[in-house]
Every structure is written in structure tokens, then in C-alpha cells.
Design a protein around this ligand. Sequence first.
Ligand code: BGC
Length: 766
Amino acid sequence: MKCLSAFAVLLLLLGFKSSEAPHFTNPSDQDLEALIAQMSIEEKVGQTCQITLDAIHQTDEKGGALAPARIDQAKLKEALEVYHIGSVLNVGWHTLTREEWKSIMTDIHAPYLKKQQNIPILYGIDAIHGVNYTVGGTLFPQEIGLAATWNPDLARQMGEVTAYECRASGIPWNFSPVLDLGRQPLWSRHFETLGEDPVLGSQMGVALVEGYQGKGAQVDEFHAAACLKHFVGYSASFSGRDRTPAFIPEKYMQELYLPAFKAAVEKGALTLMINSGVVNGIPGHANYNLLTRTLKKEWGFKGFVVSDWEDFIMLHTVHRTAASLSEAAIQAFNAGVDMSMVPSNPQYKTYCQDMIKAVKEGKISMERLDDAVRRILYVKKQLGLFNNPLPNLDNYPLFGSQKFKDIAKKAALESITLLKNEGNVLPLNTKQRVLVAGPGAANINMLNGAWTHTWQGMDTSFNTKGALNIYQALKYQLPNASISFAKGAELFLQNDFEASRFIDINNYKKALKKNDVIVICVGELPSTEKPGDVRSLQLDEKQKELVRLAKAAQKKVVLVLLEARPRIINDIEPLCDAIIQAYLPGDHGGMALAELLSGKADFSGRLPYTYPRYDGVIEFYDHPGSVARAKSGQFTAYNPQWNFGFGLSYHMGVINGIQMTAKDENKGTFSIAVNVNNPHLQAIQMVVPVYLSDLYASTTPENKRLVDFNKVTLRPGENKTLEFSFDAHTLKRISADGKWRAEKGTFEIICGENKVVLELFNDLLF
Ligand code: BGC
């Protein structure tokens, strides 16, 4: 029997009811056990219920949110006193001021602080590229851009800033990072991923978690709980449409899709959200093997698992693995989901009633219910919520500060990736006359993408004051140059799909004649989830036509891509002198891009995915086996537009040697030293990736795969030696018999043009 604190034992002996329960301001695990022991079924079920803010918010007669945002006291009272709900999420309409957040949080936490409740509420939000639902918050590049920095330290800093600003808004739980692997470029949420590679994704994801939660197990009032999502395989939708089925062979599930989640769980991530889709025929929310066996039992995950939006309901209405809503709740809960994002009113009431009945009828065991509640209370305790659910919101002087903005700009600077620079058309010089054009040239929303002030990020009325678009930022960076603007084409929504039209096209054509360099900013409208589904990866025709017109006018063309997913541009690529992938660089992306274009800063971003050349061909750098022979011309088995890891700098660093410094051919451990050099008169940053190639194996090995990387800064002329050490886990793959094994044989370790060889003498089984 667990040992209860004397106080807890006393309370148990007295047989107190929860409402009479004292406040454990700093509860021990035993205190939490005591709390669970005296909770009613209704109270326990309530802890597993998460509702959206809209369910307890003041609305007008038509259900629209009132401004300023205020809690509806009657709805809150009902949710807390009748249903005992444990968590609230989001804001359904738009970004709120800190004053509004303060008023909401003060009301939500008042019953706990007045000791009318003995368990504090946990509030969660999607602050996925900075605190995007608080006015004045610091907006970073979206995750795909963050991955392109190849700089885990920046990811850590982004996590810290975001957590701080969440806490400054009264919010201790962030639904981030997305650890889905970006291997389906059609997917509307490709930009929310850390790219296609499990090693890059794991390292950047773990760094984000460290940034969000801070160092110790206990999270202080400047950090927030992370939420790993969406466990697992959501990004691999076969059709490319959001929330549609995926098929993932066990080998790839183990080798590619699970590692980032496992690494982040080992780092102590406190919560995890489930994939809304179906993988290999099983809905994510009904997958006992993944949720309970793998995550909780095998990996020892101590936190709690939250469903995605309405996903208990979806088991019945969409996935049809449950014949009723109550069966759906039982299925998901018994599979291992601890909290249901129900989240609306009156659905949440039905959920609570169904769950209470299911427990009373024995369809959900008390043991399982207690397990979920224990996990939820554990997270609340780790966040210090029992002690104080609402630290003084005036104690966050760095919110929206220049210091934070500088970090966000640095992240944008290090993400933006130079893909082509023929004839050194870049950097721009002040003598050139520059025309900035295209739908993205003067558009802050296209820099930020979705999850920015609103869910889809399209509404311009909430844009951050003072954020500069690309055109404004270029004028700021090159005040003495001739810089003009002509849009040429614009994007709009037609029947829910993106369409484009020329605008001001005659002006654009005239302006072409008067200028030397045309910076054409193209991309897509902000969108995510279902509204972001597309039918093709092609960049739309009107935007391409701007490039053709500029080339026909014999101008230098600089193409800037503002892309949520890589768009096919193989037909216009030869017409461009320079091409820049800016991803979705955030509020500070305009300034960062202008610094790079003007040569005040150098590029150091590298692609976090294989950029596709053809609409119908999806391929990855770590494809199995060697490249098969060409069918004809260029159409080989592997022929992307640009490789994973590709990117140029004005001043490229040099990898000029690799040595094996230690190895054990029996244990499979090895260390290498890589020599890098900066041959330039400027300081540089360079990404140094280390790849591994297993020459022969029982299952066709990848032609090469990333095993580690480093991003270093080198002073002018500096040489540096970088050390990398590996254990045998680096060599292992799922063998033909389905087991993790490092198979004996020859491995090449590759860095730049250099390689060293490791012989493994025996098979190692894991
Ligand atoms: C998304 C999640 C998000 C949740 C809460 C869902 O629709 O799939 O990523 O965290 O909504 O906003």
C-alpha cells in the first residue's frame, strides 16, 4: 500500500467530500492518491472532460462572441459545479488582449482560489509558432522553418519565449510541438511539421519541449506543459487530404514515425495528443496497442493523453468503429485516451453522463478511471497549479519585448533557405532598381500562415502592429536604393479552394521595363486542416506567369517562396536567377528576408525536406537502395528538385576531412571527428550533417540516412574540429524478422564528400 501523508490519512478517516476537501497547495503523490480516493465518479469523469472557451463564454443572441471577451458566470458555474470539468481550451474566434485573458483566467480560477473547488483548472492553447492568440505576442517561423534552421538551440529559445508569453496570458499548457513526420507534401499541415527526417525532427522537437517545460521535472511559472502531437501517423495520409487514412508498415512506423515521440517522452513531455485519422485501419483514438502498450507501458509515459477536437465523437460519426456516442467514449477511454477534447456545449454534458453511466455499469473500470485522473492531477501538480493556478500576470515584463522579437528574427534569418543564386544576382546592390511583386510582396498573413490570430490566419484585422511586409522591409534595409512595388497577381478563395487572378497587370508590365531585378514573392493563402486541402502541388499559373513575363522582359528574377508545403516549380525554375525558400517565417520574416537579400546577413537555412520536382512523384532522400537506372532523360528513380539538407550561403563553409577517432567493432560504438573550415573574411554559420549508409542488410537499407548534425559558427579563416559519438542504436534497423537489430557488415559514415568505414563483426539484437 502506498504511504499516505498523515494529513491525507486523517482526511480519509474523516470521510470528507471533495467540496470539503482542503487545498493541497503542494501535494505529494500520496496526497493526490488521497484526493482520488475521496472523489466521486462524477468528479473523476469531470477531470477527463475538456471544454472549449466558447462553451462558457458570453455571447450575443446569435451565439457570436461579445467583445471584450468575458466569461458567462452561469455557464461557468454549471460546468464546474455540475460537471466538475477539468480543463478548458482555446479561443474559437480570434486573438485576445492580455487584459481579456486576465479577466477570463481570473473568473475561471476564482472558485479554486476561493476554495470552492479543490482541483485547479488546466487551460490549454495552440501557441504553435509563438503565442499566436495573444495580441502583441512574439511570432516565430512555423515549425517547418524552425526545422530549416537546423539549430536546436534556437528551437529551445523559441520554446522558452513562447512558454513565457503563454504564462503571461495565464495559460500553462501549449498544444505543441507537432512531431508528425512531413512525408506527405500535399498535407495541409506540412508546415506544422519539423520536416521529413526522424533525427532532425527528434532533436528539434526535444529542444522545443525543453524550452517549453524548462529544465527540471517541476515546471515553474515561466514555463508551460508541452503537448506532443498527433500520435501517430496523422501526417502520412494516403490521399494527402487532412484526416484521411494512412497506411504505415510496422518497419516504417518504428524507424520513422515513432522516434521523435519516444525521444520527447523520454525528455519528460507532460502531455500528448492523438492523431484524428486512421492508420492501418485503426483510428488513432481506438489504438490500445499504441496508446497503452507502447506509450504508457513500454515507454513509461507518466503524463496524460488528450484527444484531438471532437475525436471521441468521430469514432462514432466518421470512423464508425463505435455504434453510439457512449460506445465511442468507452472505446477511446479504454484504449488509453485520458482526457476528451469534447469540447462544445451541450456535447460535453452528454460525454460526462455517458462516461458516468459506463463506469457505473463496469464498462470502464475504476482502475482505468483512476489511472486517467492520476495522470491529469500529476500534470496539474507538476505545473504548480495546486499552489497557484494564476501567477500575477503583471510579472511578465518581457512579454512582446525587443529581446524576444530579436530571437524570433534570428530564427527567421536562420531558416530562410537560398536554393539558387546564378551569376551571384544576390545580394542586391543599391545601384540596381528593384521591383517587388507578387501576392506575398506586401502581405503579412502570407508570412505567418494559419494559427495566427485566427485559426486559418486569413483575417487581416488582427495583424501585429508594426510588422513589416517584404516590400516595406526592403525599403527599410536599402533606404538609398530604388525599390518599387507592383502586385501583378493575387490569391483568393473560390468555392473553398485557392484561386488567383491578375491585378494591376499592366502596371506590372510597365514596371518591369523600368527595373533591373524583379523580386517575385509567391506562395499560397494561409490555411490548415480541412480548409487547407489542395488538389495539386503545382504553384498556380498566374504567379508563374509573373515569372515568365519578367524573364521575357530580360530582367533578373529573384523568386521568393512563401510556402506551407513545397509547390512544384520545375517549369519556372530555369527562368529564375535566384530562388529563396522562406517557408512561413512569421512577423519578423519580412525584415529577416530583407537583411538576407541586401547582404547584411548570410543564409544558413537548409531544406528540412526533399523538394519535389513533379506533382505526381513523392520521394525522400533516404529512399531504400541505390537509384535505379533512368527511364529516359531526367526521369530517374530519384530526381527531386532539391535534396533534403540542401541550401546555399553567400559564403559557404568547407568540410575538409573526417576521421574515425574511436571504434569498437564488437559493440558497434564509434566516434568521428569532422574538420570544417571558413575560408572567408566574414564569420559564417554552417550546418554539418552526418549521414550513415549500411551497404547490405536483410531489408533493403536506405541509400543514406541522417544520424546527427551540428550547426557551428566559424570566425573568418577559422578551422574547427567537431566531435560526434554514436552507440550501436545508431546502426539498428528493423530486420527482416521484425526485430530491432544492428546487422553485421560494413557501414559508411559520410560527411560532405568524405567518408570513413565501420565494420560491425556480429549482429546486435535490441
Ligand atoms: C487540431 C489540433 C489542435 C486542436 C485544438 C484540432 O483541430 O488538429 O492540432 O491542437 O484542434 O485547437
